[in-house]
Design a protein. Structure first.
Length: 562
């Protein structure tokens, strides 16, 4: 992104000032450092766009680093998913893929250096005792009885911890800072704990693992990071970030915090997302109802729209909740420009044109995208028997209903005016199963020569040529704007978040549709080909409806300013 194109925000301004002053030699080197213990979600997209975006804007570099210090929750599956999602979003880390586990030996040496300097000690309190000794926000903590062990004893115990001589929970290595500090993070935080768990990369080589706070800042330092961009929950951890780097006298990046992304009708907690998957509320991490990047990709969200959304919401210092309709608006905005239009009928109602010649087929010209003339046109077959949407007919139309009804004339998109002359019903249920209509051959592709107008235009498909498809209609996963505020967030799941329609009909041009292809089904919304499509059976996910709440909100705001 060219710097002149970016929307101003405080992080961009801070980095620009550092570059101007020559801080870090004028370098800009950022990193995106996920923990590989889950799939990335829309909140991570904001951090990805910010870190890679700032590096690109200032001619710098951005690393991808897995902060893999907790082997009990991490796996290669998550690593591969993270790499796939970052690439899909449009970013490239080049040859700069790193792992905190790459630095385990160096981190151990740093810990030994702090022990020798009298700045770290092995504590033999139990985890419960450590928590009790820590104090509260209003009361200072108490020093551990093991705090003043000699350097020699600490070095020996730490070496034995590494050698696997002790059980989990029997010892930890703690930084010796200040048990009375107002910031609880500085009350002798744990640096290493014993975990007899194999690591997905290092196997059983290690049985002690550094904590996130200790490994993260030093990994940044080792990689020469200049600006460590992280979310607001790490603001209270910044003094500890600085303390470790200052005590060791190593390269010291600048940590800058920004507000994380919170989205209405959504949960972004990894723990809650894992609950949704494990308890079967969704079909997996890539369920199109999930806010994971893999779920959004499967639903049909374009990466360009997500990047536009992240740029549009900007970067702030204060947490807030973004309306999900803004994300949906960005998706519509992009797809409106680039998605081909096609006709599909989700709930088919058979229509027979009584005066149309039997066996005749016409090839009518249809526009692929009126927003982009370069996308050209396509041919759609028209024949005597068609399907229209069941909702486009009412035997007894209510007021202001302008679509098809007995004796009423409507226009068929790209085709003819038709008039309903008879209704065929199932003798048992009384349900309408077929319409008999006539068509006006003088109205092909346009208005009637006599100047009469149709009040409604319907989409349709030719029954003999249409392809059968399954269509999955996805809606918001939660019923309330802020499910995080509920005592049980699963109690407010939307029971109608997925409706599966079988026996849908789509125009034959979709025979060559590939997984991931996106289309606008005219009058219905935007849809994407799902990976479940196989053996000629098409499956579509509804990406987003045509109705755009956010555009209406923006219009009202603009009108209010005029």
């Amino acid at each position: 992104m060219d710097r002149s194109e970016g929307t101003g925000h405080f992080i961009r301004d801070l980095i620009a000032e550092d570059v101007k002053k020559g801080t870090f030699g004028g370098r800009v080197h950022t990193r995106f450092p996920p923990e590989p213990n889950g799939y990335l979600h829309i909140g991570h997209a904001k951090a990805i766009c910010l870190n890679f975006g700032m590096a690109a804007e200032f001619g710098g570099l951005c690393n991808l680093r897995m902060d893999d210090t907790n082997p009990s929750k991490e796996s290669e599956e998550y690593v591969e998913a993270i790499k796939r999602d970052v690439r899909w979003l449009g970013f490239d880390w080049g040859d700069r893929l790193y792992y905190a586990s790459d630095y385990f030996e160096q981190l151990y040496d740093y810990a030994v250096q702090l022990i020798k300097a009298g700045k770290a000690y092995v504590d033999s309190l139990s985890p419960e005792e450590i928590r009790a000794y820590r104090g509260t926000l209003t009361e200072p903590g108490k020093e551990s009885p093991y705090r003043n062990r000699s350097v020699a004893e600490n070095l020996e115990l730490f070496a034995r911890m590494r050698a696997g001589e002790f059980a989990e929970g029997s010892h930890v290595l703690r930084a010796k800072i200040d048990m009375a500090a107002g910031n609880i993070n500085l009350r002798d935080p744990v640096m290493y704990r014993i975990l007899h768990v194999p690591h997905y990369r290092t196997g059983t080589k290690w049985c002690i693992y550094p904590t996130y706070d200790f490994a993260h800042c030093l990994s940044d330092s080792i990689e020469g990071i200049t600006h460590s961009l992280c979310t607001l929950e790490f603001e209270d951890h910044r003094p500890l970030y600085d303390w470790f780097l200052e005590q060791l006298g190593v390269h010291h990046p600048k940590q800058i915090e920004f507000a994380r992304l919170n989205l209405s009708y959504t949960v972004l907690s990894k723990r809650k997302l894992l609950t949704l998957v494990r308890e079967g509320h969704v079909r997996g991490w890539d369920d199109p109802r999930m806010p994971t990047l893999s779920g959004l990709r499967r639903r049909g969200y374009p990466p360009e729209a997500i990047r536009a959304f992240c740029e549009r919401i900007g970067v702030a210092k204060r947490n807030s909740v973004v309306d999900i309709s803004l994300l949906e608006h960005c998706v519509r905005e992009h797809l409106n420009r680039c998605a081909p239009r096609v006709m599909a009928v989700l709930r088919p109602l058979r229509v027979v044109l009584l005066n149309y010649p039997e066996g005749q087929v016409e090839e009518l010209e249809a526009i692929n995208n009126p927003e982009d003339p370069a996308m050209g046109t396509r041919k759609v077959p028209f024949s005597r028997v068609l399907y229209i949407e069941r909702d486009d007919f009412r035997e007894q139309p209510p007021p202001k209903y302008y679509r098809l009804a007995p004796g009423r004339e409507v226009r068929l998109r790209y085709a003819y005016f038709i008039t309903c002359v008879d209704v065929v019903k199932d003798p048992q249920s009384g349900e309408v199963v077929e319409l008999h209509c006539t068509y006006d051959p003088a109205t092909r592709g346009g208005d009637a020569p006599d100047g009469r107008k149709a009040k409604a235009t319907l989409h349709w498909v030719s029954a003999a040529h249409a392809l059968e498809a399954e269509v999955r209609l996805y809606d918001r996963l939660f019923l309330v704007p802020n499910p995080d505020e509920e005592s049980d967030f699963t109690a407010v799941l939307n029971p109608k978040s997925l409706e599966v329609l079988r026996g849908c009909r789509v125009e034959p041009s979709l025979a060559q549709a590939a997984v991931g292809d996106r289309y606008q089904f005219e009058r219905l919304g935007y849809f994407c080909v799902d990976p479940d499509s196989r053996d000629g059976q098409l499956v579509f996910n509804r990406t987003v409806t045509l109705r755009d709440t956010w555009a209406k909100i923006e219009k009202k705001l603009q009108e209010g300013q005029e």
